[in-house]
Design a protein around this ligand. Sequence first.
Ligand code: PHE
Length: 448
Amino acid sequence: MAATASATTSPAFSSRLGFILSSAGSAIGLGCIWKFPYMAAQNGGSAFFMVYLLLAMTLGLALMSVEMALGRASGSGVAGAFLKLGGPRWRWLGRLPMITAFIIMGFYCVVGGWSLAYLFKSLLGQVVSNDAGLLADRFSALISNPWQAIAWHAGFLGLSAFIVLGGVQQGIEKMSRWLMPMLFILMLVLIVRGVTLPGAMAGVEFLLVPDFSKLGFDTVLAALGLAFFSLSLGMGAMVTYGAYLDAGSDLPASAGWVVALTLVACLLGGLLVIPPAFAMGLDPQSGPGLTFISMPSIFAHMPAGDLFAALFFALLLVAALTSSVSLLEVCARFAIDEFGMSRRRAVLGFTLGMFLVGIPAALSFGVWKDATLFGRNAFDLMDYATSNVMLPVSGIATAILGGWFCWRTVASQMRQRAGSRRVLLAVGRVIVAMVAPVAIAVILVRGV
Ligand code: PHE
């Protein structure tokens, strides 16, 4: 079977463009379009964006390059890479990112499921309205109904599994090549309409005009968590994709493209969601529901609103899918490397596991709303624990492994194309070996 073959023979991406688009597909997802807008709104808008930008361009870029280098140098998924390059002491630290990916997938698929549900409902003309109260009620009806929440979660997960079963080149890369360009085009079209609504400019200003009085420790913590999440760092996705990249491709430049595309996508995501919320008098701080409540109301002000709503939710779905496949690939690749499983078994086994882990998250807004631990329901707890604890810990581990234990290997991966990258490499090493572990540790400790 082709799928099994592609699992064992790396590299598997057909070209550098395919690699960049697939990695950007992993990075650009619900983080940009769903999380970023409401987190920006809750954390001071522009101030948050600035901090996020800065973190992504320094720590984010450096760590992404290192992750890709670790993957390519070892030709393994994340656990295998840590083990091969670091030795047996790194075994569990290498498994941590994989476990993180597994948990993230649990709640990621819940939100992916909401996108799928909204796509269906918009095709039936049941989404668009300019009654904010009604939109909020509809959203809460969807997420609080246990059967619906679980069924959509399962549907989204099934779609992801279907793609990953196809293998890296025929599944993941092919999908990304088609869908990523579409994603950007559609975002631009929708933004143009959104920001020209009366009152929307206040939202643009909120997002873009710096207000440093809003800067606080919480802003930095939230921005770091989002930088990791949105760049798919700390959970092995970039290590795993790196393992499928051919030896001749320029690594830092590829990572630079992925970071740049992600930053643009987050900015577009913010411009897509926040200005219309301002225009409609909705509270942009309303949290995870923002995308699902504010967006349908702008479509009510557009000709062919139902069509645009369907396109929007199709795109949200695409963004989520190109990311969820990378989470599933991280886990599947682990089982393939570690237990010599076929791709098919690995994917199906993990899909089942992810379905089960996702159930508490799916029920967190309805029947299990009051089942809380540390004051958070299962969904929030999974989100918080992964973004604010597990990703930073994996980030520190990656930085230390790459910056101290196998810098030579990493550097030789980075040098592959342009030999004279001395300065860049030196700066990169300082960031990876010193700045990243310290900065992440400080933020981690104070945050917890
Ligand atoms: N980066 C993705 C997003 O922003 C989420 C993700 C994290 C995907 C880690 C894969 C790995 O939606």
